[in-house]
Design a binder for this molecule. Sequence first.
Ligand SMILES: *[C@@H]1O[C@H](CO)[C@@H](O)[C@H](O)[C@H]1NC(C)=O
Ligand SMILES: *[C@@H]1O[C@H](CO)[C@@H](O)[C@H](O)[C@H]1NC(C)=O
Ligand SMILES: *[C@@H]1O[C@H](CO)[C@@H](O)[C@H](O)[C@H]1NC(C)=O
Ligand SMILES: *[C@@H]1O[C@H](CO)[C@@H](O)[C@H](O)[C@H]1NC(C)=O
Ligand SMILES: *[C@@H]1O[C@H](CO)[C@@H](O)[C@H](O)[C@H]1NC(C)=O
Ligand SMILES: *[C@@H]1O[C@H](CO)[C@@H](O)[C@H](O)[C@H]1NC(C)=O
Ligand SMILES: *[C@@H]1O[C@H](CO)[C@@H](O)[C@H](O)[C@H]1NC(C)=O
Ligand SMILES: *[C@@H]1O[C@H](CO)[C@@H](O)[C@H](O)[C@H]1NC(C)=O
Ligand SMILES: *[C@@H]1O[C@H](CO)[C@@H](O)[C@H](O)[C@H]1NC(C)=O
Ligand SMILES: *[C@@H]1O[C@H](CO)[C@@H](O)[C@H](O)[C@H]1NC(C)=O
Ligand SMILES: *[C@@H]1O[C@H](CO)[C@@H](O)[C@H](O)[C@H]1NC(C)=O
Length: 830
Amino acid sequence: MLVHITLLIGALLAGIQGQILQQFTQNPCDSRSTCHECIATPSCAWCYDTVNINTTKRCFQPSYPLPPLDKCDPSKIYNPDNEMIIISNRALSSRTEGEGGTLITEEEQTGGFGGGGGAGGGINQGGGAWESGGTITQVRPQRIKLKLRARQTYSVNMYYTQAEDYPVDLYYLMDLSKSMEDDKEKLSALGDHLAQTMRNMTSKFMLGFGSFVDKVVMPYVSTIPEKLRHPCTGCVAPYGFRNHMTLSTNTTSFSHMVKRASVSGNLDAPEGGFDAIMQAVVCREQIGWRDQARRLLVFSTDAGFHYAGDGKLGGIVKPNDGECHLDQRGYYTMSSKQDYPSISQINTYVKKNAINVIFAVTAEKKEIYEQLKEHIEGSSCGKLSNDSSNVVDLITEQYQAISSTVQMKHNASGSVKVRFFSKCLDSKGREIETNKCGNIKVGSLVQFRVQLEVVECPSDPRDTKQLIQIYPVGLNESLLIDLTMLCDCPCEHEGFERNSPKCHNHGTYMCGICDCIEPAYGPYCECNKDGTSANISTANCINPKNGLECSGRGNCICGKCECEQRNNPEEAISGELCQCDNFSCERHNGLICSGPEHGTCVCGVCECKEGWMGDNCACRNATNLCIKPDSEDPTLICSGNGECECGICKCRETDEGRYFGRFCEHCPFKNCSDDCEKYKECVQCQQYQTGNLTEEECRKCPFTPTSARVVEVDEKNGEVLCPFYDEDDCRFSFVYYFDEENKIQVRAQEERECPATVFLLGIVLGVIAAVVLLGMAILLLWKLFTTIHDRREFAKFEKEAMMARWDTGENPIYKQATSTFKNPTYAGKS
Ligand SMILES: *[C@@H]1O[C@H](CO)[C@@H](O)[C@H](O)[C@H]1NC(C)=O
Ligand SMILES: *[C@@H]1O[C@H](CO)[C@@H](O)[C@H](O)[C@H]1NC(C)=O
Ligand SMILES: *[C@@H]1O[C@H](CO)[C@@H](O)[C@H](O)[C@H]1NC(C)=O
Ligand SMILES: *[C@@H]1O[C@H](CO)[C@@H](O)[C@H](O)[C@H]1NC(C)=O
Ligand SMILES: *[C@@H]1O[C@H](CO)[C@@H](O)[C@H](O)[C@H]1NC(C)=O
Ligand SMILES: *[C@@H]1O[C@H](CO)[C@@H](O)[C@H](O)[C@H]1NC(C)=O
Ligand SMILES: *[C@@H]1O[C@H](CO)[C@@H](O)[C@H](O)[C@H]1NC(C)=O
Ligand SMILES: *[C@@H]1O[C@H](CO)[C@@H](O)[C@H](O)[C@H]1NC(C)=O
Ligand SMILES: *[C@@H]1O[C@H](CO)[C@@H](O)[C@H](O)[C@H]1NC(C)=O
Ligand SMILES: *[C@@H]1O[C@H](CO)[C@@H](O)[C@H](O)[C@H]1NC(C)=O
Ligand SMILES: *[C@@H]1O[C@H](CO)[C@@H](O)[C@H](O)[C@H]1NC(C)=O
């Protein structure tokens, strides 16, 4: 139940939100006037129903069709959706089922394709499929068909796994100028070790060997005949590039070939390595690159390189054509006819042939090759010791690095944006935007989410079909996407009527609208340019105030503005340039011009009806409301002390305060008089039945006071307080004010406050009695004290009289003749 309510509320909110959005944001579909523009806008659909619908605005949001398009025949709405069909989805090759790493399960492999397309067979069991003549598959799916709307993203999941025992082709390309002599010796010695180490990693290992010097032209090589034959002692004639040994599994022949190759000599420091790389890359057959293998090209040198443009020094201007030119013996024939290739040429062919170039260079040259590797996809760079003794470690290290990472690339053109997202090997982690994952081991499965977006429809309709290749760098495997951008409408290609009468015979009627032929124009080609100026027609529609055509609220049709219709029938746009409307006036309490009774909205300004005024007609234009009813002068507005605004007095300010009261009739000075005296007697007779008005007069009073226990003044109402003492010395007060209808209103104190009558004789007698009593009490107290005192004195006297009787023998003035003294230091030894 609760769930139902929540859903209901949710749906309601969504509905309301949709409507609000619809009303307050510009609907992007509205401004699309042709079918293909409409389709190129996400979430818009085109109605080509010509039976029920007659409008030139046919682009709409199917989720919120506004009239008249809500009557469009659903079968005549063109709103194509993104679509994906899997064409090839062979299972990934894997031999590591049940071993560590991520297991490839059938579920994972097919997940994300919504069951579309036929998934290949299950996972190959035991030996790889290629052993039985099949192919190794490391990327899945292999080919899909996609139809995409513009500006909508679409995600495709693809998987990569590293197959175990994947073949490796290693072609060793060596600089054989004189300085590399020791390297050659070392390499020949290490040949077997290299082969064995690589074999440990893959059983399908092939090794090849080639060498290069430089172009045999001045100034690269000395062309003195003697030097041409033997440039240095023990050297052979120089050459551009030579393929000594095609890729082969016979690795003993590698050491042999390296040993047999002799060094040569040249003049300048940089060598012609680029020529060699180009030939080694493009001569697939001669070099013997296998279709399915990790292709490593080890480029070992201790010198820099010549590149495109350098050939001009030797008078070679023909650019490199990127073709294979090897003769039977494996020599490069175009060495002195074509220039060196450029870095980007090398990059292009390396990419195309999925080759990983490993630059094995000495420390001094490492820096330049580090920079070069940034510009050649899938290449890496390692430091070669000066005698090539570390070549095996270098190659295995680079190979490990290359094979443990996968980097996805694509060749989509500008109008298609491709982004890659992956969790790499952390299946519980967060998906991040990356096209590269590292630490891949044999059998681990990496998922990439490929997000495609047609950024904009290409201007040439032929470009709406694209073949996009998404591939891991350095591998001859890929996901091919046949992308069709949904950028045009079928109704624009079929069933159209040329010179249709619906278009005044001046245009083609298609998709429900007219495509006019110059100089006709207009929604039904009903307008005709007069030929003088193409701009005249629209120039008449421009509102000079804001520079917008029809003030942005209408269509310029044949030079005249046709203003938009509002969804709300209460609202209308008008005017030559649609500059006016009757809904953008000042409002009061939500009502335009305070409602139709007060005024009407004309071209953005309120026109008030009689009796009303102000910007929003909320003010009363009635000065009579500002005139005090019983005033002597019936034209005196606000008692002459203020101004009448909206029927309310705005009182004048003085140094001692502001005039107050509803009619500004009260002044702020001490000497001011008010009307208290005037109303006093009426209050007295009506409220307290006192005062000297006769009954007759009392009945004529202009008001009947209401009574209140305590009278308080409400200044806002313009109330005035009148306090009085009447003949009986009673205090009473009342307030008076004028109400909305200018009638006097009085609020009087309920009862008068009279002084209480007192009993005088009682007070006098009481005071006398109190004085007498007090006097008597004092007398009694005095008597008591004197009595006690007398008794004490008498007792004292008697006592003294007794003492006098015993002491008569001694004369008080008699002194004895002897005196006794004591020595204070004497210690009593008597
Ligand atoms: C469609 O409406 C326009 C304008 O109201 C009118 O000129 C035109 O003839 C109508 N077309 C059809 C096919 O009804
Ligand atoms: C090949 O691998 C084995 C065992 O894995 C090892 O004993 C041997 O030394 C390795 N050989 C080379 C050349 O690395
Ligand atoms: C390998 O090459 C060496 C030298 O070129 C040759 O003697 C040997 O027969 C070849 N081995 C195989 C199996 O072809
Ligand atoms: C890639 O492999 C396919 C066969 O799987 C082969 O037809 C194609 O020529 C190869 N491409 C390259 C550049 O090696
Ligand atoms: C090779 O390098 C070592 C030190 O790494 C150096 O002693 C030796 O002279 C160098 N040899 C050459 C031929 O440059
Ligand atoms: C991408 O590469 C594929 C295969 O190499 C190619 O057929 C296609 O034309 C390329 N696409 C673009 C847009 O260059
Ligand atoms: C026609 O309009 C365009 C762009 O609005 C402007 O560049 C051109 O000068 C105008 N031509 C005339 C004759 O006003
Ligand atoms: C605006 O004008 C339209 C058409 O004249 C009318 O129906 C509507 O009542 C007007 N609205 C107001 C608020 O005056
Ligand atoms: C107010 O009404 C008087 C006449 O009743 C008129 O003369 C005056 O122009 C009106 N003022 C406004 C602002 O409408
Ligand atoms: C009251 O006093 C003010 C200044 O305090 C003076 O302008 C005004 O004329 C006096 N009015 C009367 C009626 O005395
Ligand atoms: C009301 O009567 C008293 C005395 O009875 C007198 O002094 C006073 O002037 C009279 N007031 C009026 C307004 O007649």
